[in-house]
Design a protein around this ligand. Sequence first.
Ligand code: FAD
Ligand code: NAP
Length: 510
Amino acid sequence: MLNVPSQSFPGPSSQQRAASGGRSKVPLKQGRSLMDWIRLTKSGKDLTGMQGRLIEVTEEELKKHNKKDDCWICIRGYVYNVSPYMEYHPGGEEELMRAAGADGTDLFDQVHRWVNYESMLKECLVGRMAVKLTALKGLLPKRPATDAPAMESPSSPSYDWFQTDSSVTIVIYTKQKDISLESIIIDHQDGSFRAETIMKDYSYLIHIGLSHEVQEDFSVRVVENVGKIEIILKKRENTSWKSLGHPLEMHLSFIPRKDRGLYYRKCQLVSKAVVTPDTRLFCVALPPCTHLQVQAGHHVYLKLTIAGTEIVKPYTPVSDSLVSEFKEPVLPNNKYIYFLIKIYPSGLFTPELDRLEIGDFVSVSSPEGSFKISKLQELEDLFLLAAGTGFTPMVKILNYALTNVPSLRKIKLMFFNKTEDDIIWRRQLEKLAFDNERFDVEFVLSAPALEWNGKRGHISPALLSEFLKRSLENSKVLLCICGPVPFTELGTGLLYDLNFSTDEIHSFTA
Ligand code: FAD
Ligand code: NAP
């Protein structure tokens, strides 16, 4: 609803935005960009009409403010007057009006729960909803916060801990089989220990203020067949612990992932390399006491404070290179995250990112995404359709498929770009195709130089029907598609026209 990449990006006047059925541009009102909004919020203008007063809002009162020029919306118990924001909303006024005079939390979560509306709309805050006792119930943690391993219902996870003279081991029993090192995210800072286990669409949180000090480094082990996770902490002093510690916020909560706020940690920029004229490979280091691994096809959110407002945008981590180049990683690969990011000179976030110097910090969220790695298992043909930085999810998928899916006969990438210079990792892709007979790559350019003798144009039925040939009739196939929203929408439609089923297609959208 607010500050949406899916809608705001490509920018309404960008080449990338197409109206359905064509590639026409939509004119954008001057002076209504996100940056203009930030400037307005800093101008000191009274945006709520309440002269800085905060009130308790009843449901009856909220309902009254349901018109464009008098529009209040409640998000997670806070009420905002969004009328001044209407013209700046990238998703349009109509989308905002769907929640006019009502609780817009669900609607907001469906579209982009990660957007930092508290920061974006802080000058529009009218007050809090008057709390009803029944409403309070949903805000309380699901189980009592206690240090002792709690009584668990059979399907929910549980934890236990034990110690030796030198270590403390926390064991999480997930009771799920498809658990991996990517299922657990650990942050340990200033005595606060936070371990979030992701199980399908659920999140289980252990959040404890540790009773004693531990060393910076810890290890994590996953026993996949029984779904057990072991976190081994090293004691600073060889004393016996009477308790693990005291419970912190939401300790032992087991809730849908979408209900858990995004957790950020500050990561340091380690390197930045030019990949194409406008794309960079950024490498950030996780804090020493963090365990976070991003699964293939999943993304994280990066957060920077721009002109005093926290701005958040999604990015898809990549490997530091493609498989053929991959020998010994230069840096241990579980402590660093790599991003291929295109810098848009008139964009809000990326120029700021590009201005970061080595050693500067950027906040990185826990991962999210709907791509299931199990989709790659026993696959015979994998087709990847990428446009521009839509290549990023394909990088880890490609690496994973080549290394871990022996049943795959063919992996084919069709990569759409404007010009030859825009092709990310072209040399690596060509080398990979040369070295590995299971992999083929085809480049398609929309604005090639005269001498280009490869494929030209945009994604089309003709290009696809020629490219998407199965290695065997009825082979098990998966198609992944990612790029500018209209590219992905058009391409997905074409795939259905070619009789691929929903199960066989994964479209990366916001
Ligand atoms: P924006 O401010 O959003 O602008 C982008 C472009 O649109 C600019 O050229 C700008 O001039 C134009 N524009 C914006 N607003 C207007 C306007 N009002 N009028 C006219 N033109 C306008 N990107 C990557 O590079 N790498 C990734 O790995 C990656 N992963 C992603 C994963 C997901 C799940 C999603 C949804 C997106 C991903 N993106 C990725 C895109 C990324 O999130 C940002 O959208 C992108 O970096 C642009 O951000 P920005 O703030 O710099 O640009
Ligand atoms: P770009 O360079 O502008 O475009 C790449 C290619 O796509 C160009 O050939 C372009 O043709 C073509 N294209 C654009 N719009 C099209 C349309 N409507 N129909 C057919 N072809 C079209 O791309 P970019 O700037 O790198 O942008 C990449 C996009 O991928 C961004 O929108 C980003 O948000 C998205 N992305 C999403 C994810 C995710 O997981 N959801 C991950 C990474 C990136 P023209 O020359 O005609 O424009």
